[in-house]
Design a protein around this ligand. Structure first.
Ligand code: GAP
Length: 408
């Protein structure tokens, strides 16, 4: 594919113009490292998280979900090594802990706490709960999607490096000698995910992270890097965390965090494989992969070639002309029906048809349905496909099923 000049600027501008992502507190001059998602960005993000939850949790029988508190007790992050080790170097050579510190409670009861820097710790601290409630057998995993917070020294590159962001993480517990196999399986799964979500696989590279660059808890890490417009940078991580977290939490809390191996009747501390995926970096990589400039009917256009599964709007319905009540009435009827069967459907009667197509192309809507005078007579509509511009007439009784089939 051709390289697009100033791609990041174009994406940032599209995101603001079309209601995907806005600078946070913009009316006060913005707030470095913080971003607000608008209606289409929120829909895109929700669709991404839903697809991930389906592929990494719901389609499997060895996964458990949790939604742990975001404000985390001091002791948890002390045991995990974050209080002493989660820091970045400052220009003068000193180190700066990038956790946001806060406190819980008032007066004598005040306790130091932190906004969690990764969702992972809320998984480890619930390991025993999941074992006690569900008695899973190894290997099994616990998954969580949620916010993480890091007081990054230099937030930059739009939503790539933010101070508040979201993660989709799995901690997958295995017998100590099973880590290599599990590592390989999750590595494969991450490539499947990259394809499914619509990230250009040709721009993804695996980087074996060297001993001295790995996080304090890891014995092996592969970074999945992506060719962002600002360079090849980390998109996701896959780490072998050994028994580091469970062992440290067991030691610090005095609570046994082990697993009884029924075969050998021995207690073991499981080892952990962790696929960790940033939601916001996914959004950015998806947008970079989908953003296309081409020509249609002799006119330049911008189109987001999003996978239908994650497109914020699946179908747009138009009456050919705004000032013909019979067309508007029919289009409204079709819109209401499709909204019930498909969900993310919009109605648009603003401006000429060409303009409406271009507006939908820019937000990645896979199909536009137009109601014209023939529709009233023959009971069919024009369905126009985003990527090819190809139009065909579909009888109304088949419309919903046909669109659903094409949306996949
Ligand atoms: N639990 C492991 C962990 O948190 P990490 O490599 O520090 O590992 C995992 O973060 C993922 O979270 C990254 O690969 C990236 O997708 C996302 N991420 C990390 N820091 C981020 C930031 N400042 N802004 C946006 N996403 C971030």
């Amino acid at each position: 594919m051709e390289k697009i000049d100033n791609l990041l600027d174009k994406i940032v501008s599209l995101c603001k113009r079309r209601g995907f992502v806005y600078p946070s507190a913009e009316i006060y001059g913005g707030f470095a490292g913080f971003w607000d998602y608008g209606p289409y960005g929120l829909a895109l993000k929700n669709n991404i998280k839903q697809l991930w939850w389906k592929m990494f949790v719901m389609d499997r029988d060895d996964m458990y979900g949790v939604d742990a508190a975001q404000i985390t007790k001091h002791e948890v992050l002390q045991a995990s090594g974050h209080v002493s080790g989660f820091s970045d170097p400052l220009a003068d050579g000193s180190r700066f802990n990038t956790m946001f510190r806060t406190s819980a409670g008032a007066g004598e009861e005040t306790a130091t706490a932190y906004l969690r820097p990764e969702t992972a710790q809320g998984i480890f601290t619930n390991f025993k709960n999941i074992i006690d409630s569900f008695h899973p057998s190894l290997p099994f995993g616990i998954a969580q999607i949620g916010k993480a917070f890091r007081n990054e020294i230099s937030p930059r590159d739009f939503i790539f490096r933010a101070r508040e962001f979201e993660q989709m993480e799995v901690e997958y517990f295995v017998k100590p000698d099973g880590w290599r196999e599990a590592f390989g399986l999750w590595q494969k799964k991450m490539h499947e995910w990259i394809d499914a979500v619509g990230i250009d696989a040709k721009k993804v590279y695996e980087l074996e992270v060297t001993d001295n660059e790995r996080a304090h808890y890891s014995k092996r890490t592969i970074d999945f890097e992506f060719d962002f417009p600002f360079g090849r940078k980390e998109l996701y991580g896959l780490a072998y965390r050994t028994d580091y977290d469970l062992s440290n939490h067991a030691k610090a809390s005095g609570v046994e965090l082990s697993y009884l191996d029924e075969e050998t009747k021995t207690k073991i501390t499981p080892h952990v494989i962790e696929p960790s995926l940033g939601v916001d970096r996914t959004v950015l990589a998806v947008l970079c992969s989908a953003y296309t400039e081409d020509e249609m009917n002799g006119e330049p256009r911008i189109v987001l070639k999003l996978k239908p599964a994650i497109a914020p709007v699946k179908v747009a319905v138009f009456p050919l002309l705004k000032n013909k009540p019979e067309l508007v009435k029919k289009a409204r009827e079709i819109f209401r029906d499709l909204k019930i069967s498909i969900g993310a459907v919009v109605f648009d009667d603003n401006g000429n048809i060409g303009k409406r197509y271009r507006r939908q192309d820019e937000i990645g809507t896979p199909f536009c349905v137009t109601v014209d005078f023939d529709s009233l007579e023959k009971g069919d509509v024009t369905v126009r496909a985003r990527d090819t511009g190809k139009q065909e007439r579909i009888p109304l009784p088949d419309l919903s099923a046909e669109l659903k089939k094409r949306l996949g």
